[in-house]
Design a protein around this ligand. Structure first.
Ligand SMILES: Cc1cc2nc3c(=O)[nH]c(=O)nc-3n(C[C@H](O)[C@H](O)[C@H](O)COP(=O)(O)O)c2cc1C
Length: 564
């Protein structure tokens, strides 16, 4: 844009200069003293001298130049008018040139900064989007100092182009690496062992390991990656920093250390949130109060997501429920406790903590056992509409109180707003228009409504098969009307429902009964299989059946799981 403006400006300046020169020369050559001018009118108040020359102006006779009291030139009113125009134009052009030049130089500098190779890389390995979201957030806070990229696009050779590499990695499965980390992991394993000796010129690295303490192999992949990097001769900058359930304080501690190393400002970590407004919240399996499932529709701005993505919700604890639970334990809400070294009331402390089923002999012992409230991830049940839908099962604890995340969402009324984050679930998105086998249990059916909406947008002609399991046909047919509509439109070509309590039928039974079709769809029609639901029971059983039906490499190429 700027270089485009500069060229015409230079031409304009050049043309003006030529005009002014010619005009001046014409005046000097052709202008001559006006001999008829009377000497009285030479004496003017507003004269201006330059050496032996004096310029005088008079309204009656115009302007004239005296040289040692001899009239040298006289300028007409038109000359004066043109001089004025020329000087105004010259000043404006100079100011404009100054401004444009300033912006131009600044933009060249910016371009240079952008093109300067960074010495520090932040790379993420994410399964459900949290590590990616965090790495991109950190990058935004120090974008002039860092590069950011997904670990799947990173090779060892590229690591060597940096002085420092910061890994933000999660652990999935049972202590397993995210899919995106497999290639680098393979490369690292194949690399020659440096026998634990760091190489002097090798890049330095540090690992931020995201995980969840409730899993037996907490942050396992972060540790695996760090020890493998060290064995291959990379220099460790910091010990592996473990983060439980995306604890913000813990992330900030790590970022402060990293910031000091790379020269980034130690600003507090701003987690960018999307505000969603509740449009509708309905229980869809009435009258099942013990296992109530709700469909929520939200409206929000700048909602960029795809079917299969997740929504991270930050629950707010209900003070009413919290008071009730405090009383049931025989305590008082104003009891004094210490939280992170600060004295506060039991109620205030518990409103910031994740109190699930934990019990303790005293209020302080309870507070000491609990961790801060953490985000909850929900599968999105829609696809890039102006509304975002969720299917939420209300969790009921043994004492009758509601789970923190599901209780918060199921309590919401029309018009309420929540703060949430959209998380890219790369491995559970649709990447191409191929036949789908969608296998779900319970609220795991949610993403498949989104998938079919996406296929509808694509005007897909492929075959789609949904296998859905829940307890009761009369209550639990979530999104039943939507799936019937997709069926009527020819988008959903097969649907099988397994009702475990009302019909004693399970999803695995259908997979066995329809094994021929399953084989045909995968081997001949190139179908991809997506499985969503709880890992225990459903997920494990389904994987077992699929492993019995397909070779490992065939399954590896077509299976996508979202098991929790
Ligand atoms: C199916 C599943 C399995 C998980 N397995 C582990 C595990 O073995 N160890 C662990 O520390 N965290 C485990 N987690 C927790 C994740 O590491 C944690 O939620 C992390 O923030 C997810 O980051 P991501 O969204 O970038 O993948 C698991 C989470 C899920 C959903």
């Amino acid at each position: 844009m700027l270089p485009m403006l500069v060229k015409p400006l230079l031409y304009f300046l050049w043309a003006m200069g030529v005009f002014a020169l010619l005009y001046g020369m014409g005046l000097l050559l052709l202008g001559y003293p006006d001999v008829t001018l009377s000497t009285e009118s030479w004496v003017m108040e507003n004269g201006m001298s330059l050496g032996a020359y004096t310029l005088h102006c008079s309204e009656e006779v115009g302007c004239f130049v005296l040289h040692q009291n001899t009239l040298l030139h006289r300028f007409s009113t038109l000359d004066i008018f043109l001089f004025k125009i020329l000087s105004v134009l010259a000043v404006s052009v100079l100011v404009l040139a100054f401004l444009i030049g300033g912006v131009w130089i600044a933009s060249i500098r910016l371009q240079k900064t952008r093109n300067t190779p960074r010495t520090t890389l932040i790379t993420y390995a994410s399964q459900t989007g949290s590590a990616r979201q965090l790495a991109e957030q950190l990058y935004r806070m120090a974008h002039t100092l860092l590069d950011v990229r997904c670990i799947s696009t990173l090779s060892i050779e590229q690591i060597h182009q940096y002085q420092r590499v910061f890994f933000v990695v999660s652990t999935c499965g049972e202590g397993a690496p995210p899919d995106s980390a497999q290639a680098l992991l393979r490369e690292l394993k194949e690399l020659k062992d440096s026998k634990g000796q760091p190489k002097a010129d090798a890049p330095m690295f540090a690992v931020l390991a995201l995980g969840d303490r409730s899993y037996p192999r907490f942050c396992a992949f972060g540790h695996q990656l760090s020890s493998l990097m060290e064995k291959r001769g990379f220099n460790s900058l910091l010990p592996v920093h473990e983060v439980d359930k995306m604890n913000k304080h813990s992330i900030e501690c790590w970022w402060q250390q990293v910031g000091a190393l790379v020269g980034a400002s130690a600003d507090p970590l701003e987690i960018a949130m999307t505000t969603l407004t509740v449009q509708d919240n309905q229980q869809v399996n009435a009258p099942r109060e013990d296992r109530a499932a709700h469909v929520l529709h939200f409206r929000g701005e700048h909602m960029e997501y795809s079917a299969g993505d997740l929504l991270a919700v930050y629950p707010e604890i209900s003070p009413l429920e919290c008071r009730k639970r405090i009383l049931e334990n025989g305590w008082h809400e104003t009891d004094n406790v210490l939280l992170e070294g600060q004295s506060t009331t039991l109620l205030d402390a518990l409103l910031t903590l994740d109190w699930s089923d934990e019990t303790a002999p005293t209020p302080q012992a309870l507070v000491d056992r609990l961790s801060p409230i953490h985000e909850r991830l929900y599968s999105i049940a829609s696809h890039q509409e102006s509304t975002l839908s969720l299917l939420v099962r209300q969790h009921c604890r043994a004492d009758g109180s509601l789970g923190n995340g599901s209780g918060y969402l199921c309590r919401l009324a029309k018009g309420d707003t929540i703060q949430a984050q959209l998380r890219v679930h790369e491995s559970f998105r649709l990447h191409q228009d191929v036949p789908l086998i969608m296998i779900a249990a319970g609220t795991g059916v949610a993403p498949f409504r989104g998938f079919l909406q996406q296929k509808q947008q694509w005007q897909s002609q492929c075959e789609h098969w949904l296998i859905f399991g829940e307890q009761y046909a009369q209550y639990d047919d979530y999104f039943g009307e939507d799936f019937e509509r997709f069926q009527a439109e020819g988008l959903l070509t097969h649907i099988d429902k397994a009702w475990s309590r009302s019909h004693q039928c399970y999803v695995q039974d259908i997979l066995y009964q329809q094994s021929e079709r399953l084989q045909e769809w995968v081997n001949q029609k190139g179908a991809q299989i997506y499985v969503c639901g709880s890992r225990l029971g459903f997920g494990e059983q389904v994987i077992k059946v699929l492993e019995a039906q397909f070779d490992a490499d065939v399954l590896g190429a077509c299976l996508h799981c979202d098991l929790y």
